[in-house]
Design a protein around this ligand. Structure first.
Ligand code: 3PG
Length: 388
């Protein structure tokens, strides 16, 4: 079954050398990767981003890259470490400013096949405000716009939804592959298991409600499980819970709905395994328990479609082993039955997959975190609609 989005968008692979040679292409990438002390700690998104850049260079376009980089506190960081990384693959120049005489000079001097990376697009207030004038100014730098930043397509930002109003626009290779693979979830083979971890229950609730209709099992873990325990009236001690109220009445009694049957808790420096109704005031749920992993193994053993986003344990506190066990279970299932579709995504989920060198063992690993979840709920994203 082909996704409707795929039929309504033009993708860059439709373009030939005669369409691209000498053309200025404004390429929106997602280069938002973790950087610690100037060092990139996860290159997954960068490796994916290279494909479209290579295609544009092979077809002798002038590639102008715009992207953002946020630090852990939500502030803007410089893209210089990313520039340094990309220099290991290709000849690439950098512009620290937009629309200045220096920036214009760099643009004018671009040769066919050259690549110019601009500083973090979010240093411009017009980006997040989706300012039309700003989008227009950006568009004046180029002849063609390409969106290959799937994981930012849930944002109504100028470089995502504004620029396509002013330029001929195309989707890149990452965007196409994300739509192709994630759309399989809308026409799943059964049994279909949907696994959600991480935090922020209220943002995940629409997904749980939607997939309780189409999946055979919706398994909720991570700190979302604490919210479930709390709504059942259990003590959750010092565990992380959502601070926004939400209504679970329509999901808890659904037989397809599953969560942890046992948990890992910390009590001071001790680590204990408990039933969810045994948690005490001075304890903190940090991961699933061993019984839960066995149950997940059983659920996944016959599954034909498996979707997973978000870690089971508290990654920041170092509780990653149950998440890694789940990654291994899904990878094994995908390997033993070639007809299984397994789709995984989300920052910490992908980090565990990479740590175990399992990336090639799933049908698809999404570059998206929030964008993946929004696409799975709405079957569309603002950035994709702007290309239609
Ligand atoms: C992401 O990291 O998921 C995307 O790059 C979007 O980033 P944002 O949450 O800062 O918009």
């Amino acid at each position: 079954m082909i996704s409707i989005a795929l039929t309504m968008i033009h993708f860059i692979d439709e373009l030939k050398k005669e369409d691209l040679k000498g053309k200025r292409v404004l390429l929106r990438l997602d280069l938002n990767v973790p950087v610690e002390n100037g060092q990139i700690t996860d290159t997954f998104r960068l490796e994916r981003a290279i494909t479209t850049v290579d295609f544009l260079r092979d077809n002798e376009a002038k590639t102008i890259i715009i992207a953002h980089l946020e630090n852990k506190d939500g502030g803007n960081d410089t893209l210089v470490p990313i520039w340094d990384y990309l220099k290991g693959y290709l000849k690439i120049d950098f512009s620290p400013s937009y629309f200045t005489p220096e920036a214009v000079d760099k643009l004018i001097k671009m040769e066919d096949k050259s690549v110019l990376l601009f500083e973090n697009i979010r240093i411009n207030p017009g980006e997040k405000d989706n300012n039309d004038e700003f989008a227009k100014k950006l568009s004046q730098m180029a002849d063609i716009y390409v969106n290959d930043a799937f994981s930012v397509n849930h944002r109504m930002h100028a470089s995502i939804v504004g620029v396509p109003k002013f330029l001929p626009h195309y989707g890149g290779f990452v965007l196409k592959s994300e739509i192709e693979h994630l759309s399989k979830v809308f026409y799943p083979d059964h049994p279909f298991v949907f696994i959600l971890g991480g935090a922020k229950f209220q943002t995940k609730l629409p997904l749980i409600q939607k997939y309780l209709k189409t999946a055979d099992t919706v398994f909720v873990g991570g700190s979302l499980a604490n919210d479930i325990f709390k709504s059942k009236g259990f003590e959750v001690g010092e565990s992380l819970v959502s601070n926004v109220p939400f209504d679970t009445s329509d999901i808890l009694d659904n037989p397809k709905f599953r969560t942890y049957s046992d948990v890992t808790v910390t009590k001071g420096s001790e680590v204990l395994f408990k039933k969810p109704n045994e948690i005490e005031k001075d304890e903190c749920v940090v991961d699933a328990g061993t019984e839960t992993i066995e149950e997940l193994k059983k659920i996944i053993s016959g599954a034909k479609t498996i979707v997973w986003n978000g870690p089971l344990g508290n990654y920041e506190k170092g509780f990653s082993d149950k998440t890694e066990q789940l990654a291994e279970i899904i990878a094994r299932r995908t390997e033993e039955d070639k007809s299984v579709v397994s789709i995984v995504g989300g920052g910490d989920t992908v980090a565990s997959i990479q740590k175990l060198n399992l990336e090639g063992k799933f049908t698809f690993v999404s570059t998206g975190g929030g964008a993946m979840l929004d696409f799975l709920v709405n079957e569309a994203l603002p950035g994709i609609e702007a290309l239609e």
